[in-house]
Design a protein around this ligand. Structure first.
Ligand SMILES: Nc1ncnc2c1ncn2[C@@H]1O[C@H](COP(=O)(O)OP(=O)(O)OP(=O)(O)O)[C@@H](O)[C@H]1O
Length: 323
């Protein structure tokens, strides 16, 4: 991504550790550096447990990093007070995999859609109906849905409601955490089309967390590939199939042609299992699954190095062949 794009948010050296059994420490995110741009989509991919959701929870103020900074328009938001966090949260909204978990099943769609606007005192009670109808039109659902309950809707329709609700506050950043993973492929596509249209219209920065590289590459401007808490490659979305360099990203690209990736399954094209996050080896985290592993990889952690504009790779093998 070029410098011409306006930076909205930057994660700088983000580390998140959790205490684990027998006095051990689990490092879910290890020195994460990412930049998010206005009107652009950052896709974050990786297998289950690589730290995607933990990263997103920090970006959305749900958790504080152990160390590092998250800059929102240049201001560090990791140490904000409760009141400041609440005020800032309207600029940064989330859509989750399971909308039912965040909807009150006893509330009608009218009230679900306008609850955030009421909480932030952006509309009056008598404006709820008109606003809810406007939001339904925005996500291409019939206005009559204002009187429905969420359990009387399909998964795709419910996800449209989540998107409308999240965008009601006109946030600058929309975070989608596996937002389309539970949907059938055709429904998934139509929800992505909607998100892309709304992103363009409203110039929203989107962070899209997903385990499915094939899906994310179709619309992300920038993709960060995570492995055991580390970013191992960042690459422009359109380049990810042809120009991916990290052996792990290449395996992910290979896997999308063999199986539709299931987050619970290991990557088919890699022989061994990923180590436990409690047992990340010294050196490169991918070493035990990598055919190019050398003694250096077992001793030293490769740093992310730029090999082309917007394309960074953390791998000694790639460094050596591109020298
Ligand atoms: N509150 C917590 N306490 C202890 N460990 C945690 C906590 N939250 C996450 N972890 C651990 O941190 C690691 C990263 O988890 P995270 O949920 O961020 O991964 P993920 O890539 O989002 O996976 P998934 O797609 O399955 O959600 C995992 O090993 C997880 O068990």
């Amino acid at each position: 991504m070029s410098e011409n794009h306006e930076i909205v948010m930057q994660a700088k050296h983000i580390v998140k550790q959790f205490p684990a059994s027998r006095g051990r420490t689990l490092t879910a995110c290890n020195d994460i550096n990412l930049t998010m741009y206005k009107g652009k989509t950052l896709g974050i991919v990786g297998e289950s447990g690589c730290g995607k959701s933990t990263f997103v929870r920090m970006v959305t103020f749900l958790e504080k990093p152990t160390s590092g900074e998250i800059l929102y328009h240049g201001k560090n938001i990791t140490g904000l007070s409760k009141k400041e966090t609440w005020e800032n949260r309207q600029n940064l909204q989330m859509v989750f995999q399971d909308p039912m978990a965040s909807f009150n099943p006893k509330m009608k769609i009218r009230d679900i859609l306008t609850e955030p606007l009421m909480n932030y005192k952006k509309i009056k009670r008598n404006e709820r109906d008109a606003k809810a109808r406007e939001l339904l039109r925005m996500v291409e659902l019939p206005e009559e849905f204002v009187d429905r309950y969420p359990h009387n809707m399909s998964g795709g329709q419910r996800q449209r409601i989540s998107i409308a609700r999240a965008l009601s506050l006109e946030p600058e950043i929309l975070v989608c955490d596996e937002a389309t993973s539970a949907l059938d492929v055709s429904v998934q596509e139509s929800v992505i089309e909607l998100l892309v249209r709304l992103q363009k219209e409203k110039n929203i920065c989107m962070i899209f967390i997903c385990h499915d590289l094939a899906l994310i590459r179709s619309f992300a401007h920038q993709i960060a590939v995570m492995y055991l808490g580390h970013i191992v490659e960042t690459i422009p979305g359109e380049d990810v199939s042809g120009n991916a360099e990290h052996p792990y990203t290449k395996a992910l690209v290979g896997a999308q042609f063999s199986v539709h990736m299931d987050p619970a399954k290991k990557i088919e094209s890699i022989e061994s299992e990923a180590p436990s996050p409690l047992d990340v080896p010294v050196g490169c985290p991918f070493q035990n699954r990598c055919e190019h592993c050398t003694e250096q990889c077992k001793k030293e952690m490769p740093e992310l190095k730029e090999i082309a504009p917007g394309h960074e790779v953390a791998c000694f093998y790639v460094e050596n062949i591109t020298k």
